[in-house]
Write a protein that binds this ligand. Structure first.
Ligand SMILES: NC(=O)C1=CN([C@@H]2O[C@H](COP(=O)(O)OP(=O)(O)OC[C@H]3O[C@@H](n4cnc5c(N)ncnc54)[C@H](O)[C@@H]3O)[C@@H](O)[C@H]2O)C=CC1
Ligand SMILES: O=C(O)C1=N[C@H](C(=O)O)C[C@H](O)C1
Length: 272
């Protein structure tokens, strides 16, 4: 990039959210990107306000809008931590605007993933259930350990999040479960056991179990447990600051510039 090329302009969607506000602060303070837009849902009380003052700080010269298409038209990237239906809408608009779409949203179903696949025919999408370096490294380790251990080792994934989280298991837990299944050479969907309740009978050999704890202000904690007779291995990641996700998302937005259209994840961005 020559010296007079402007820095990539970034729009943050869900700007008033826990991740949205973290991302606004990070991008506004970055010397590698410019904050050029802040999008919130129609009817949100912050619409029409400067995002900086709405967040209780100094003005940032960016007005919160519910017109995503208009906001995306002047951007090189959209960083999107919102909700599944919103991210599907944004994927089509970001593709239209030829902006890199970084999707952190979790709680996704097959229909949402299909919409992203369609949008990625014409645009760059970087999507990950967890954008931190630590969790993506843990995901690689999980696959490695699962490769080395046979079904005498029961795999259970336990996650904990704050009381406001609306989806379970977490996107991270599903990432870890997919990695364990890949390592085992099995299909997660047919071996997944989430939310045991009542007389469940004995655990099925080869299953991958998921448990979700919700409460307090837990940012995100994940254990991958390999439990055998006489011993257990526990791979653990503890997040204590949402900045780790925001840093990964900004890295992804910059990495995605000048890439060929397609779907990428944080393993591509981090070279893991
Ligand atoms: N991939 C990752 O590394 C991470 C993913 N997440 C995921 O990001 C998502 C958001 O998490 P939080 O920020 O904690 O939630 P939050 O509820 O604090 O924020 C979501 C924001 O999206 C906004 N929103 C919803 N629909 C919208 C629409 N149609 N247009 C514009 N804005 C809209 C809401 O008003 C809210 O401000 C969740 O799915 C969460 O699991 C969270 C942290 C890290
Ligand atoms: O909702 C959250 O907070 C988080 N969600 C992501 C997930 O579903 O894994 C990532 C992180 O754990 C925080």
């Amino acid at each position: 990039m020559s010296d007079d090329t402007p820095l990539p302009g970034i729009v943050i969607t869900g700007a008033s959210g826990r991740m949205g506000q973290m991302l606004v602060k990070l991008v506004a303070a970055s010397d590698k990107a410019r904050l050029v837009g802040a999008v919130e849902r129609a009817g949100h009380p912050w619409i029409g306000q400067d995002i900086g003052t709405a967040m209780g700080g100094a003005a940032l010269g960016v007005t919160v809008t519910d017109d995503a298409l208009d906001a995306f038209a002047k951007a090189q990237a959209v960083i999107d931590f919102t909700a599944p239906a919103a991210s599907v809408e944004f994927a089509a608009l970001a593709a239209q605007a030829r902006a890199v779409h970084v999707i952190g949203t979790t709680g996704l179903e097959d229909e949402h993933l299909a919409a992203f696949r369609a949008a990625a025919r014409h645009a760059v999408i970087v999507r990950a259930g967890n954008m931190s370096l630590g969790v993506n490294l843990l995901t690689r380790l999980t696959r490695k350990v699962a490769e080395a251990l046979d079904a005498d080792w029961d795999i259970e994934i336990v996650e904990a999040h704050h009381r406001m989280k609306v989806d379970a298991p977490s996107g991270t837990a599903l990432m870890l479960g997919e990695a364990a299944a890949e390592g085992r050479g099995i299909d997660l969907a047919s071996h997944r056991d989430s939310g045991r309740d009542g007389i469940t009978g004995a655990r099925k050999r080869g299953d991958i179990g998921f448990s979700a704890i919700r409460g307090g202000d837990v940012v995100g904690e994940h254990d991958v447990i390999f439990a055998a007779d006489g011993e257990r291995i526990v791979l653990r990641h503890l997040a204590t600051d949402r900045a780790i996700f925001a840093r990964g998302a900004l890295k992804a937005a910059l990495w995605g510039q000048d890439r060929k259209p397609g779907e990428y994840d944080m393993m591509d961005v981090l070279g893991l």
